[in-house]
Design a protein around this ligand. Sequence first.
Ligand code: PLP
Length: 392
Amino acid sequence: MKSVIYLDNNATTPIDPRVLEAMMPYLTNNFANANSTHQFGVEAYEVVKTARKQVADLIGAETNEIIFTSGSTEAINLAIKGVAENYSDKGKHIVTVKTEHHAVLDTCQYLETKGFEVTYLPVGTDGLIDLQALKTALRPDTILVSVMYVNNETGVIQPIKQIAQLTHEAGALFMTDATQAVGKMTVNVNEDNIDLLCLSGHKFYAPKGIGALFVRQRRPNRVKLPALIHGGGHERGLRSGTLNVPGIIALGKACELAVKEMKTNADRIRELRDYLEAELLKIPGTSVNGNTDYRLYNVTNLCFKGVDSEAMIMGLSEMENDLPLMAVSNGSACTSTSIEPSHVLTAMGLNEFLAFNCIRFSLGKFNHREELEVVIAEVSKTTDNLRALNFR
Ligand SMILES: *Cc1c(COP(=O)(O)O)cnc(C)c1O
């Protein structure tokens, strides 16, 4: 395979070699079912227990509050549909935000077909929600507020603690899609008073197909969810199905590494991102999308006015020269087959033309400065070329 400069870490990350090493024995020698009562199974059960503790520790939760799932999309479905089903006696109103991931938006839209009412809060041009607008949206029949921690396209960080407080004052449950936050920044479910939270291994150096849902069991809000997947009663009856032992071990290891190395990685990646952003902003007609004060350190979403982002992505991944393939993204990976402009950027007030001129560069712990130098030179060149075409 051709070498690649990978700046699409918000779509997915490579597996950390130490994570791979930790999970390997459970793909080979010890392949036991963690629910088998023989010694082989007991051993698998024990490592799952350790991994559950590692996941819980990363977010300040208790082990009985962690439900392993196949990832964030499943966790989001379990949480939102579950709350809708169990709390509909109290009301049928849900509040979320226009810039949420499609896993949240599409689940909410589905519930609208089942008689629920959903308020989709707007965001400002900086991508942040207005707390006053949230206050106004909350009603006695509101059962759930779901607001993402960090936006996957822009890195904008919402004021989660204040949002949770307002939600609880209105007597509703607070859920956050923390897929882009967990493992990269400090997230504490007690500090922020979160009732439901989802996370996904492949966004922080574990493999695809493993994630978790945090379901608060301690006061003040003990959340009760119904099962959506029925069967053998695994995961406290909430999510049946033979446990993905290798995946769970990998997720646990990724959480352990995140606890230890988060600060070092964050400082390094922030410096790289700031350098990349500063250099690319020197290209005329370039601007940053999203609030730059309340933003995660690994992302920059840039608008290159008049440059088609699809053409830019193709230009950067051209195979004809000796350059490595440069992987960046427009919009989120999940919507990359659609020809619609990013719903996140249009919600922030960008017009359709401009929304098609934006590129997300998302960095990870395996990036280094030499790679960015190549990217900066190539983006400048490609921008010039594409703009020259426009005026021919
Ligand atoms: C990637 C992502 C998801 C989906 O996670 P999967 O584990 O791939 O299902 C949901 N929300 C956000 C913010 C994401 O970045």
